[in-house]
Design a protein around this ligand. Structure first.
Ligand SMILES: *[C@@H]1O[C@H](CO)[C@@H](O)[C@H](O)[C@H]1NC(C)=O
Ligand SMILES: *[C@@H]1O[C@H](CO)[C@@H](O)[C@H](O)[C@H]1NC(C)=O
Ligand SMILES: *[C@@H]1O[C@H](CO)[C@@H](O)[C@H](O)[C@H]1NC(C)=O
Ligand SMILES: *[C@@H]1O[C@H](CO)[C@@H](O)[C@H](O)[C@H]1NC(C)=O
Ligand SMILES: *[C@@H]1O[C@H](CO)[C@@H](O)[C@H](O)[C@H]1NC(C)=O
Length: 452
């Protein structure tokens, strides 16, 4: 019998000042959820405790597959690449023909002792290749959409990073049973991701007992804790791989609809995006605790979105993409300057047939996000969500430092850390790569970043 041991060391909710591309899809989702005759089913619910009976999930032999998944070279990659990259599909349901795509980057140094870290982007429905190629992966794409440059602050400097496109229907992940796409929801997403992990660990058995962390951002505020819960529950099953889960970290997490919406509109008002009148009307007409929103609430929240104007909802003070055409110059990218047109650049690169061949995927029209929603998840929302937990404070609110500058602020609760990154947009590592790497290293090391 395997005992359930809660091994979480930290829950870091690294903040950002602004909004989120993945949360893009959230506003419409929330509207749908709150409307009468909501089509959204299969939402998350805490299931009964698993028994210790032998009730295994689907696991297939993965012999020899990791070698086939090894990436020889990514088109346009710079010279001097000194680490292993792998990518391919892992089947999670052979009857439906459902397979999830992953991209795996080993650390250039001591990969055999460094932890294994899963990264999930949000949406719902956005690809984790956003994280891999526009946030924390080893490369960023030049503005030509063809060539890559090195990210000096890649998280693979300190961990082996596994990027998973989830659920099926997102990015390169697919199902041969297209009706699966209508059935995707939080519960199936977590179940498939769990089956993915067990099979992936068969493919890369050297990682089976490695310290394992789950990280992500935005709507992954649902995916990450739900997958962690699923793992801990299934770890109790007899004769099944025990996943050595050590902790989870979520950036700009959409955790709870009520506090997240309240926090978002309060943040907009306090950052001079909305008028006093509109904010007051939201407080008056919207009851975010109510599953059913009133017509007046829709009206005033639509007004709030209108008032915002044409800004980058992912980073309030960042420039917007004014010219979606690609630039000719290659080799000009800088890790310290984030191209506001990154979405078009990423779609161009990953939609290229040569790139897709190098990644071992079948020809696919690759999209950033499958769907059409919109929202954002500011620090105010994270604070409201955490406050509902009423956790005792272990380290009071204080700044943390990097290179003699304030990198952000933190507050440590029992079992959970809230940490902000100063000057970051929703995709924290895109805008503050060095601060994000400092935060991530501290998290893995189980320490707080320095107080001076
Ligand atoms: C989906 O169908 C294609 C074509 O029949 C097949 O090659 C592929 O293996 C199937 N995928 C899965 C995960 O079974
Ligand atoms: C579980 O594993 C043990 C040891 O390998 C084996 O003896 C036993 O038959 C397995 N049980 C089932 C139900 O497969
Ligand atoms: C929730 O909102 C609906 C629509 O505005 C309203 O009819 C209902 O009374 C509200 N329920 C509660 C518990 O406030
Ligand atoms: C890129 O090059 C093409 C032809 O080689 C030229 O027509 C175009 O104006 C150039 N675009 C930019 C932005 O320099
Ligand atoms: C991706 O490629 C397909 C086929 O080559 C094309 O139809 C589609 O418009 C492309 N999508 C993007 C976002 O470039």
């Amino acid at each position: 019998m395997i005992k359930l041991i809660a091994t979480f060391c930290l829950l870091a909710l690294f903040d950002f000042t602004n909004a989120d591309i993945q949360a893009d899809r959230l506003y419409e989702l929330l509207k749908t959820k709150k409307s009468r005759n909501s089509p959204v089913s299969n939402t998350w619910s805490v299931s009964d405790e698993a028994t210790n009976e032998y009730s295994p999930v689907y696991i297939a032999s993965q012999d020899g597959l990791s070698e086939l998944d090894k990436i020889v070279t990514l088109p346009g990659q710079p010279s001097g690449v000194d680490f292993n990259q792998y990518s391919g599909y892992v089947t999670v349901n052979p009857n439906a023909g459902r397979a999830l795509f992953y991209y795996f980057v080993e650390s250039p140094t001591d990969s055999s002792t460094k932890p294994l870290v899963l990264w999930l982007n949000g949406g719902p429905g956005c690809s984790s290749m956003i994280g891999a190629m526009a946030e924390l992966g080893p490369f960023r794409i030049n503005s030509d959409g063809k060539s890559l440059f090195k990210n000096d602050y890649a998280w693979s400097n300190v961990a082996n990073m596994l990027f998973l496109e989830s659920p099926a229907g997102v990015g390169f992940s697919y199902s041969n049973t297209t009706s699966d796409y209508d059935r995707s929801g939080d519960k199936n997403t977590a179940d498939d991701a769990y089956i993915f992990i067990l099979n992936w660990l068969e493919r890369f058995p050297q990682y089976k007992t490695r310290d394992f962390y789950i990280t992500g951002e935005s709507y992954a505020g649902h995916y990450v804790p739900q997958l962690a819960y699923t793992i801990l529950l299934n770890n109790k099953k007899t004769n099944q791989t025990v996943v050595n889960l050590k902790g989870i970290a979520i950036g700009n997490a959409w955790i709870d609809d009520e506090t997240s919406q309240e926090g978002m509109y309060d943040y907009w008002w306090t950052h001079a995006v909305n008028s006093d009148a509109t904010h007051a009307a939201i407080l008056k007409y919207c009851d975010f605790a109510n599953e059913t929103s009133s017509e007046m609430c829709y009206k005033v929240t639509d007004k709030a979105w209108d008032e915002m104007g044409d800004i980058d909802i992912y980073n309030l003070y960042a420039p917007i993409c004014l010219n979606t055409g690609l630039k000719n110059a290659s080799g000009t990218g800088s890790i310290n300057v984030f191209d506001p047109c990154w979405q078009y650049i990423l779609e161009t690169y990953l939609n290229d047939t040569v790139v897709q061949k190098a990644l071992h995927v079948k020809p696919t029209s690759w999209d950033l996000c499958s769907g059409d929603t919109d929202a954002r998840v500011p620090i105010t929302a994270s604070r409201y969500s955490i406050n509902t937990l009423n956790l005792p404070i272990e380290t009071a609110w204080r700044p943390w430092y990097l290179n003699k500058e304030v990198g952000g602020y933190l507050e440590a609760y029992k079992g959970l850390l809230l940490i902000t990154v100063r000057g970051a947009g929703h995709t924290v590592p895109s805008y503050q790569p060095q601060r994000a790497l400092t935060l991530f290293s501290s998290f893995l090391g189980g320490v707080l970043p320095p107080p001076s």
